[in-house]
Design a protein around this ligand. Structure first.
Ligand SMILES: *[C@@H]1O[C@H](CO)[C@@H](O)[C@H](O)[C@H]1NC(C)=O
Length: 181
């Protein structure tokens, strides 16, 4: 390959990089929070901003404004909308079922579930506490697949009772304000 061709290729490569750098990747579409809504354009191109708010009487925890970054991820944390005046009964989970993330048993709280690799989740992957004080569905269970596990699980996960999970999560999801991006 001659030198000129190499230079041409390298120039075109640099231009492509520059173009990608300016354009960036698009972000996944944001979904409206449970008991809340999106306002503003909320487009998925880099630089796009989205305002998110909770319905009246629901507390806003997380980020109420988010910006699509050039690397395709949104700034901030998802907004969750909770009404602590309405509680759902604490959940008792089947032994093998694990929880993904915080699970608040107040209206607007969403609990996500998982099973070990050697079993199958039977039922919904997540349920939420409704504004009537009842769970949207019963928690799922984990059914053995009947085949030996291919890999041992080496990550620890929470099992057992699911209630209002600690102050740590409330701190992590601090109240949203106009300054909080
Ligand atoms: C995207 O970029 C931001 C800001 O530079 C950074 O904080 C974040 O970790 C990046 N996310 C990913 C998934 O690379």
């Amino acid at each position: 390959m001659n030198l000129c061709l190499l230079q041409l290729l390298s120039i075109s490569f640099s231009l492509t990089c520059l173009f990608d750098g300016i354009q960036g990747q698009s972000c996944p579409a944001l979904e409206s929070p449970l008991y809340g809504s999106l306002s503003g354009p909320c487009l998925t191109n880099p630089g796009s901003t989205c305002s998110i708010r909770c319905n009246p009487s629901f507390e806003s925890l997380g980020s109420c404004a988010r910006v699509c970054q050039p690397n395709g991820s949104w700034t901030g944390l998802p907004l969750i909308c909770l009404n602590r005046a309405i509680t759902c009964p604490p959940l008792t989970l089947p032994e093998k079922l694990s929880m993904g993330g915080p699970c608040f048993n107040v209206a607007g709280g969403i609990c996500r579930f998982g099973c070990p690799v050697d079993s199958t989740l039977l039922g919904p992957e997540s349920i939420y506490c409704t504004n009537l004080g009842s769970w949207s569905a019963s928690p799922p269970s984990c059914s053995p697949n009947g085949c030996p596990a291919l890999q041992a699980l080496d990550n620890g996960q929470l099992t057992g009772m699911c209630g209002i999970q600690g102050l740590n999560y409330f701190h992590m999801y601090s109240p949203c304000s106009l300054l909080n991006m």
